[in-house]
Design a binder for this molecule. Structure first.
Ligand SMILES: [Zn+2]
Length: 301
């Protein structure tokens, strides 16, 4: 490898803020920013987060560690760091010396597709096992009566179980009514799902859909959803997290093509407005409207 004809700092300065354009040159498909997602380099299901914090393609991965865009390209393509640097220098117009060919890109794309296929198969297997576990736990859990979480939130139990520890157990179903997962909510609002259990596109439904001019609300958490149902009488689907608003909206729409959807986003303006952003994205796909709560504290925890 000959000595690079440019400085690292130079390449960095020219690459800053251009990673949306740079990554595709290496056949790397990045997930939306600030969402947990599979890692383009090492897979998984939600171990990866792309935040581009310093506009250097910055990411964090629980599997292969944090790094910047150069590092990610190196991990995905197995090019050495100097090679990556040289190629990025060419992409941002510092040199004309690119050695990447379309055949390389094709190969990387093929490798990425293969990784994704293996990941999906593995994920499906784990989710099926979790679904079996959820169904058997659901059948065998003896219904308790005291739930400090529900008392604190001042909402009733709509179709959930309460175990003897007083945890609220919220079931997750797909649009065909198949149970996939359980969410356990402790007194203090701490929430856990069954390990590896499917969440995407799954929901818990409160209330019944009207035949005439149906309206269906979609909210993030159980307590918020139950409060909305109490206040409005509308049926509400619990989507469990902001990133699931759209998949749940699409699932609901499959069964209720004429329903008007109301996305009730959590007001988490402190956390970069994830709820509102996800709700807006969902509306762009399924139609409907977004409502933000007026209360600042309470039902969200
Ligand atoms: Zn990784």
């Amino acid at each position: 490898m000959s000595k690079p004809k440019f400085q690292l700092d130079d390449v960095k300065a020219h690459a800053r803020g251009k990673w949306d354009m740079i990554f595709p040159q290496f056949a790397i498909a990045m997930p939306p920013k600030k969402r947990h997602a599979p890692c383009p380099a090492c897979g998984g299901s939600d171990r990866f987060r792309y935040d581009d914090k310093k506009e250097m393609g910055d990411f964090y991965c629980n599997g292969c560690g944090a790094g910047d865009g150069f590092e990610l390209i190196s991990r995905c393509t197995h090019l050495s760091f100097p090679q990556v640097l040289e190629e990025v220098a060419a992409i941002v117009g510092l040199t004309a010396d690119t050695k990447i060919t379309d055949a390389d890109r094709k190969r990387w794309k093929k490798e990425a597709d293969m990784r994704e296929r293996i990941r999906l198969e593995e994920e499906a297997k784990i989710q099926k096992n979790a679904a079996r576990k959820a169904q058997s736990l659901w059948r065998s859990t003896h219904q308790g009566s005291e739930c400090a979480y529900l008392e604190r939130k001042k909402v009733p139990n709509f179709g959930c179980l309460i175990n003897h520890e007083g945890d609220l157990i919220v079931p997750l179903f797909d649009e065909n009514g198949e149970m996939w997962n359980l969410q356990y909510i402790k007194y203090d609002g701490e929430k856990t799902f069954l390990k590896g259990g499917r969440v995407k596109g799954c929901f818990h439904f409160i209330g019944t859909v009207e035949l005439q001019d149906p309206v269906i609300c979609i909210a993030e958490g159980y307590a918020t959803a139950a409060s909305i149902h109490l206040a409005t009488g509308y049926p509400v689907a619990v989507a469990f997290n902001a990133g699931n608003l759209l998949p749940v909206g699409m699932a609901i729409q499959k069964n209720n093509p004429h329903a008007r959807l109301i996305y009730c986003a959590d007001d988490d303006s402190a956390k970069e407005n994830t709820g509102l952003n996800c709700a807006n994205e969902a509306v762009a796909v399924t139609g409907g409207i977004v409502l933000l709560p007026e209360f600042k504290q309470g039902a969200a925890a």
